[in-house]
Design a protein around this ligand. Structure first.
Ligand code: NAP
Ligand code: MG
Length: 403
């Protein structure tokens, strides 16, 4: 069989523990036999990050800026225990945080759906993607515990030293106080990333906030989204036949539950934190969740939403075969390959990505699945496979599909 050619390389970011093992298996069994894989390889495994003083992570992020598409394996975010376990020089920061800061991106999380697990919400037929604005608001707020009577004020001092004051509250007894902020440029980046991703996936975009109550703060979010939509995206949305609409967060929640799914829901930081856990739980499994970081100027980084599956890794290291689910890792690769194909104008690559996704889902729907899915399955489980056997079963279906 002739292998599919690639024009431009992908940025490939290797990672840690069990997902590093899956990464190899997926490449060897499902990618390199079929695609002349071109990648720029960055090893973001913790030992290499430590060796390079984390420069490797910065280099990888800059490579994504240059090549526009990356695929990343799950990586350890070190804590005190990891510093000891790996003998680290420092408690390096989260690679995802570093990459996100360099690309100025927004993370979109989407469940991978199969007939094997039915969403808790009966009307949901298609995935719901949540985009969370991961900057500011309550996560960067300054808080104050008020111990007794007194006046709370907001004071803003401009560059010339002029003060503007607003009374927040006149306390007659103890209470609490909080100051939050956000920045127009961060909100604008968020809006552009969300609109780009809606265009890229051909799905409607919803944005929700509470501007009836928070006229300045949430009102600013709403206005920035509307302005960017009108000036930069409306024509492209209309051409693609998709819509952007704003609604109040409480109305959005009601609509989401009654919907069929198949749209992107952009949320403010706190709403996104809460709603993404609700939506992902209602869809079934963390092992079936993909994630893509999209920058406002159109760079894409794909990965699985789960971590390095440490508990399985410790067993694998002892020589045990584990039944770790590789589907989200496979979908990170297919997402990146499809995007590469779109940007390079190489439809064979997009077609390959479609076929590999279908082969993965078909395997599960034929009753062959990893342990995590077997425990949730609403269809008959014919075989609980270890990772290797499961990947081989996908390969058999992929070969059939390609022949
Ligand atoms: P995790 O790796 O997502 O795993 C938590 C548990 O979820 C696992 O023990 C396993 O449950 C189940 N699970 C997750 N993915 C699975 C899969 N593909 N197949 C089967 N089961 C799966 O989260 P964690 O244990 O909290 O974190 C481990 C490491 O990952 C940490 O060092 C953390 O820093 C890192 N992390 C990285 C990222 C990232 O790179 N994006 C994200 C999150 C966490 P059972 O053990 O019950 O089978
Ligand atoms: Mg959370």
């Amino acid at each position: 069989m002739k292998r599919i050619e690639m024009k431009t390389p992908l940025v490939e970011m290797d990672g840690d523990e069990m997902t590093r093992v899956l990464w190899r298996m997926v490449k060897d069994e499902l990618l390199t036999p079929f695609v002349e894989l071109k990648t720029e390889y960055y090893d973001l495994g913790l030992p290499r990050r430590d060796e390079t003083d984390d420069q490797i992570t910065v280099d990888a992020a800059n490579a994504i800026k240059r090549l526009h598409v990356g695929v990343k394996c799950a990586t350890i975010t070190p804590n005190a225990q990891r510093v000891e376990e790996y003998g680290l020089k420092e408690m390096w920061k989260s690679p995802n945080g570093t990459i996100r800061a360099i690309l100025d991106g927004t993370v979109f999380r989407t469940p991978i759906t199969t007939t094997c697990i039915r969403p808790v919400v009966k009307t949901w037929k298609k995935p719901i993607t949540i985009a969370r604005h991961a900057y500011g608001d309550v996560y960067k707020a300054t808080e104050y515990r008020v111990e007794g009577p007194g006046k709370a004020e907001l004071v803003f001092t401009d560059g010339e030293g002029n003060e503007t004051r607003r009374t927040v509250f006149g306390f007659e007894g103890p209470g609490v106080l909080q100051g939050q902020y956000n920045r127009d440029d961060s909100i604008s980046s968020f809006a552009r990333s969300a609109m780009r991703y809606a265009l890229s996936t051909g799905q409607d975009l919803w944005f929700s906030a509470k501007d009836t109550i928070s006229k300045q703060y949430d009102g600013t979010f709403r206005q920035i989204f509307q302005k960017i939509y009108e000036e930069e995206f409306r024509a492209a949305f209309e051409e693609k036949g998709i819509t952007y609409f704003y609604t109040l967060i409480d109305d959005a929640v009601a609509r989401v539950i009654r919907s069929e799914g198949g749209f992107i829901w952009a949320c403010k930081n706190y709403d996104g934190d809460v709603m993404s856990d609700m939506v992902s739980t209602a869809f079934g499994s963390l092992a079936m969740m993909t994630s893509v970081l999209v920058s406002p100027d159109g760079n894409f980084e794909y990965e699985a939403a789960h971590g390095t599956v440490t508990r399985h890794w410790y067993r694998y290291r002892e020589g045990e075969k584990t039944s770790t689910n590789p589907i989200a890792t496979i979908f990170a690769w297919t997402g990146a390959l499809r995007k590469r194909g779109e940007l390079d104008g190489t439809p064979d690559l997009c077609d390959f990505a479609d076929r590999l996704e279908k082969a993965s889902i078909d395997t599960v729907e034929d009753g062959v699945m990893t342990k995590d899915l077997s425990l949730l399955s609403e269809i008959e489980v014919k075989e609980v496979a270890d990772s290797e056997a499961f990947i081989k079963a996908i390969r058999a279906r992929l070969e059939q599909s390609l022949s």
